[in-house]
Design a protein. Structure first.
Lengths: 298, 163
């Protein structure tokens, strides 16, 4: 009887988007890369022990920029977000990690990456590693998050890039695709209508969405100097003293960049506010978002 | 991974895909997210397949990976501005006292913190025992009992005492 009610809620599942062969291919490649990394380290250690100089240069995973015209004063070092194959998606993810690391150093000199567990009981990893961005195969969605420490304050810094299929002429309505009751404002996708809607840019919530009363929300809409739409939100938890700044910026090719900083550390029930303020200010998060936006080209 | 292990992995995943997708959907009520969560879980299972295949109960092991993958996803900063709690909150969300249809069940599940929601799905849809559910979620059996109390009451009302 209870199963019937659950099954009614589930309805008829749509065709699965779970690409098992693709997942296996990625895992095999990742395993091979890890093995190769270990082998290179061993070779390097042997070479150094034998007094043989070996020059190792980390290769930039992104395709080389196009040749620059002679009259151009500076080369265009920006990069494109390419997700058409697993290899290009991997390269895009690695480049984002590098760019976020640079952005943090520029915006908050002295800030450091600190390890933050992905799950309870995860083995300790070294600090100082910028987040590894993960993507869903060739899906146009990538995100990365890590702990960060700045001037004695700690928390989590996360970046995500996702499709934004909102109608540029639309000013606030979700069109014919309604947000289901209970879905929280701030979620990027409306369940069941991701393809049709995309990111909700106005600060004003759609009429069918209730404000989440667990948080006090401050929101400012704007545009960058290049004309891209922005939304800057601060959520202050009423119960748990959480503080989160979320800056969203429109990217070329119908994408949305979100940079988020949170004052919480730990996972699950062990997560607590590290201090009353977030490790980075709203202005710093905005600056990181602008930096990343400036590094991405259409 | 040897060929035989690969074949075993593919057979295991194929056989359980529908059940995993359904349970993931009940957790997040969004098919896109459900498929993402299942994808993450499948990758983790592949990575640790030798350990999975040695497990006493492979189904329970896989379900634990799936459920924890969803909980991990909820912990991302952009999803989780305020953390869930193991204890039942003092005041539940605005949910009807009785659950008599799919909309009522959907509202009930959405009103719960992620782990509470997982408790209901594991206990009353997947039929895991209190002890198995506790092991999967890394919480005590007592917590499972207390977290399922309100949901059970609502569901019992819905199905006329069939539990």
């Amino acid at each position: 009887m209870s199963h019937q009610l659950f099954d009614e809620l589930i309805g008829n599942p749509p065709p699965a988007r779970v690409d098992v062969p693709g997942i296996v291919r990625r895992e095999r490649r990742a395993r091979a890369t890890r093995r190769l990394g270990g082998s290179l380290a061993a070779v390097l250690a042997l070479a150094l022990a034998g007094g043989v100089g070996v020059a190792v240069r980390e290769q930039d995973p992104t395709p080389a920029p196009p040749p620059v015209a002679a009259s151009s004063p500076t080369p265009d070092t920006r990069f494109r977000l390419v997700f058409d194959t697993e290899e290009t998606a991997d390269a895009t993810a690695r480049r984002l990690s590098q760019e976020l690391d640079r952005a943090l150093r520029e915006v908050a000199p002295g800030a450091t990456w600190v390890w933050m567990p992905e799950y309870l009981g995860e083995a300790r990893k070294p600090d100082g590693q910028p987040p590894t961005f993960v993507h869903n195969g060739t899906s146009d969605l990538v995100n990365g998050t890590s702990g960060v420490s700045y001037q004695g304050r700690k928390g989590a810094l996360g970046v995500s890039i996702a499709p934004d299929r909102s109608d540029p002429d639309e000013t606030g309505s979700h069109g014919s695709c309604r947000r289901p009751p209970g879905a929280q404002e701030g979620e990027r996708f409306l369940p069941g209508c991701m393809e049709a809607t995309g990111f909700h840019w106005p600060c004003r919530l759609p009429p069918e969405v209730q404000e989440d009363n667990r948080y006090r929300r401050e929101c400012v809409e704007g545009t960058t100097p290049s004309g891209a739409r922005t939304k800057t939100q601060t959520y202050t938890g009423r119960r748990q003293q959480s503080v989160q700044h979320v800056v969203s910026v429109q990217l070329p090719d119908n994408r949305v960049l979100e940079v988020s900083v949170l004052n919480m550390v730990g996972v699950d029930e062990s997560a607590v506010p590290a201090q009353p303020e977030s490790p980075l200010s709203r202005e710093q998060v905005t600056a990181i978002a602008r930096y990343l936006e400036g590094r991405v080209k259409a | 991974m040897r060929r035989a292990e690969e074949d075993d992995f593919h057979a295991f995943v194929t056989e359980r895909m529908d059940r995993w997708r359904r349970s993931a959907y009940l957790l997040c009520q969004d098919w896109h997210t459900a498929d993402d969560v299942v994808s993450v879980a499948v990758a983790k299972l592949y990575r640790g397949w030798r350990q999975v295949s040695r497990a006493e109960n492979r189904d329970a092991y896989a379900q634990r990976v799936l459920t924890r993958s969803w909980l991990d996803e909820r912990r991302r900063p952009w999803h989780n501005r305020e953390q869930s709690r193991a204890a039942v909150p003092d005041a539940a969300g605005v949910v009807s006292e009785t659950v008599t249809d799919r909309d009522g069940l959907a509202a009930l599940l959405r009103s719960l913190a992620p782990k509470q929601r997982a408790v209901l799905v594991l206990r009353f849809y997947l039929d895991y025992s209190v002890e198995e559910t506790a092991r999967m979620l890394g919480i005590s059996a007592g917590t499972v009992k207390s977290q399922s109390a309100r949901g059970l009451a609502n569901l019992r009302t819905a199905v006329n005492g069939q539990f």
